[in-house]
Design a protein around this ligand. Structure first.
Ligand code: NAI
Ligand code: 15L
Length: 274
């Protein structure tokens, strides 16, 4: 696949979308923006819901690749997750197939494997203790379940239609880690842009699933599959460790909020407010 230039960024009004709008143009991409919400200062952005198949068809005209971030990003009712994340992602793939788009980079989530017991320190963990990418999926929420669906849909569109995808099981992509758990799963914005760029440009990915995080000292999972795409993370959450541990304490193996990769999503997931 020739290197993509025009990239449709769905979910462009959201947290990760806003960060990537700022960072990805430096890699040479022309971004076309789409979100159900208006995007301040972006009059040319497409305001459309993933339910609107015609709008997706139009938005994908002339696009080389898609970075698909749009959807419900927390727990919600099954019906809302079904509409936005399951039917919405299917609509996106179907429109991408019709438009002849060669590559999707799909925002999956650590919550697709959230009920996997987390490895415990001391850190850094040896390679054999890191959670492998082929660990059985154990979603922690309907939200995580929808990410499992997205990964399987991506596999189907590769096998049936030759549409390539890199599914990125993002950890926590925010400006800074804000919890002790995040010290293990944080993906800095700069590393997020590096990983999405690698996922957009690596050759012959078929359908590849990777974990998405920085090279954190307290890492829980194997970044090997992401590195194989050419991803070279440059950040580590460790400079935030002393302050966060002083405020919150170390993760407690007896606390059910702390025992699985998905953290508090397994016990008391944050709920999508809309
Ligand atoms: P966010 O909630 O800030 O942004 C999601 C965007 O999608 C919002 O702007 C929203 O308006 C839009 N959206 C929702 N439903 C839509 C629909 N039906 N049609 C069109 N647009 C719709 O989420 P965030 O944090 O930016 O995450 C982006 C993606 O990455 C999501 O798919 C999320 O599940 C995934 N992810 C994010 C992580 C993180 O650390 N921020 C971690 C793991 C996965
Ligand atoms: C996610 O999948 C969420 O979209 C994001 O808001 C964070 O909560 C992240 O996971 C996490 O696990 O910290």
């Amino acid at each position: 696949m020739p290197a993509p230039r025009t990239v449709l960024l769905t979910g462009a009004a959201g947290g990760v979308g806003t960060l990537m709008r700022g960072l990805l143009p430096a890699y040479g991409y022309a971004l076309r923006l789409l979100d159900a919400r208006p995007i301040e200062g972006e009059p040319e952005a497409v305001m459309a819901d993933l339910a609107d198949r015609e709008a997706l068809r139009e938005a994908l005209h002339g696009v080389d690749a898609v970075l698909h971030l749009a959807g419900i990003s927390l727990e919600s009712t099954f019906d809302k997750i079904l509409a936005a994340n399951i039917q919405g992602t299917h609509n996106l793939y179907e429109a991408a197939r019709e438009a002849g788009v060669g590559r999707v980079v799909l925002a999956s989530s650590n919550h697709a494997v959230g009920f996997t017991p987390r490895p415990s320190g001391p850190y850094p963990l040896p390679q054999e203790a890191l959670t492998p990418i082929d660990t059985p999926r154990r979603p922690d929420t309907f939200y995580g379940l929808s990410k499992c669906f997205g990964e399987d849909l991506a596999q189907l569109y590769w096998d049936r239609h030759g549409l390539e995808t890199v599914s990125v099981r993002i950890g926590s992509c925010f400006m800074e880690p804000t919890s002790v758990r995040m010290l293990s799963v944080w993906m800095s914005p700069g590393d997020g842009a590096r990983l999405f760029h690698a996922a957009l440009t690596a050759e012959n990915v078929g359908h590849t699933v990777v974990y998405g995080s920085s090279a954190n000292t307290r890492l829980w999972w194997d970044l090997g599959p992401a590195r194989a795409l050419g991803y070279a993370p440059q950040d580590d959450s460790e400079p935030y460790a002393d302050k966060l541990i002083a405020e919150q304490g170390e993760l407690d193996p007896a606390n059910p909020d702390h025992t699985h990769l998905g953290g508090h999503f397994c016990t008391n997931p944050p709920v999508w407010p809309y």
